[in-house]
Design a binder for this molecule. Sequence first.
Ligand SMILES: [Zn+2]
Ligand SMILES: [Zn+2]
Length: 387
Amino acid sequence: MNSGPGVKTSPDYPIPDTMKAWVLGNPGELKLTQKPVPVPKRAEVLVRIDAVAICATDLEIIDHGPPASIQGGMPFNKNFTPGHEYMGTVVALGPGVDEYRIGQRITVEIHAGCGQCKRCREGMYTSCHNYGLNYGDVDKGHRANGFTTDGGFCEYQVNHINTLVAIPDAMSDEEATLVVTAGTAMYGLTELGGLVAGESVVVTGPGPIGLLGVAVAKALGASPVILTGTRDNRLKIGRELGADHVINVRNEDAVEAVRRLNGGKGVDYVIECSGAPNAVNDAIRMVNRGGKVCLAAFPHQETPVDVAHIVRNNIYLYGIRGEGKTATHRAEAFMSQKRFDATKIHTHTFPLDDLPTAIRYAKDRVDDAIKVVVKAKGVAAHRVAAE
Ligand SMILES: [Zn+2]
Ligand SMILES: [Zn+2]
């Protein structure tokens, strides 16, 4: 690293000048290149990336572009490195940083807002009004690594200290990559009101956020927690993470089954993680009058919604983006106290050099893959380490 003034390093963690980094070329095309190791500025640290998980949103970005936005446009052929669910070790401190120490293990959340707009001041930094403005004469200092700035499919990255979450030694690298996923579920429940002990919750869609949504809702004391989906193997994991009931929507009508399982009544909350075409209309019929629905999936098409039913029944809809209001710290607290075992959704680990294979496993759900992790070190090439 070509260290700038005031940057602290340690001989215990030597830092090279260049690193391996995957970059996005044309849609769907990733190339392994060398990039300079970035230098931390004020309020930033340099993280040696020890593990990075692949998210469905990475697959969207690599194939289609949005929600990534680089220099105000599509992310293709801009030397952009995707990847956002990573963890690692702090190896250099930017000027003035004393909140973290070199050698400390951390995981990251994605969004460092500008810190000065109305929403950042409210803790809603995932909805920063200066989203993606980090270049040229509109540089507001916003960073969302893997979305608007370089991300984690490489060996080192700079992170604002506000995006760091300290983790205990007992938490594995793979588990630590899942903190931000659990944090997204935690943010959804936070925005719904947070006090869900004794309240009934349905989670629709057993993807990573849905499955950890079950775990977080249960850890917060929700009862009953009901999970719906189409794959029995994932519903089984949902049960292991605390779902009181699971519904395979291929076998029965989800709305009727939810009401039957909740004593004939609608539930208090639905966390919609499926993005299915009729998911919103199903969700508003699963909740009771005055109930709340959290929308956490990005559907591909515009969705017709029965607005009259929403208004007549005073139902609240919340669109949730990412992991605001330091929800990641609360999720990490549950995980380090072993309130649930997030590693149940980690299925495969590949070396960083094999990222295209790892992406194929995640995208095609090869071998029932759920969360696929890549690591720069400590994984033998072409070895599939299923847990
Ligand atoms: Zn993600
Ligand atoms: Zn902002």
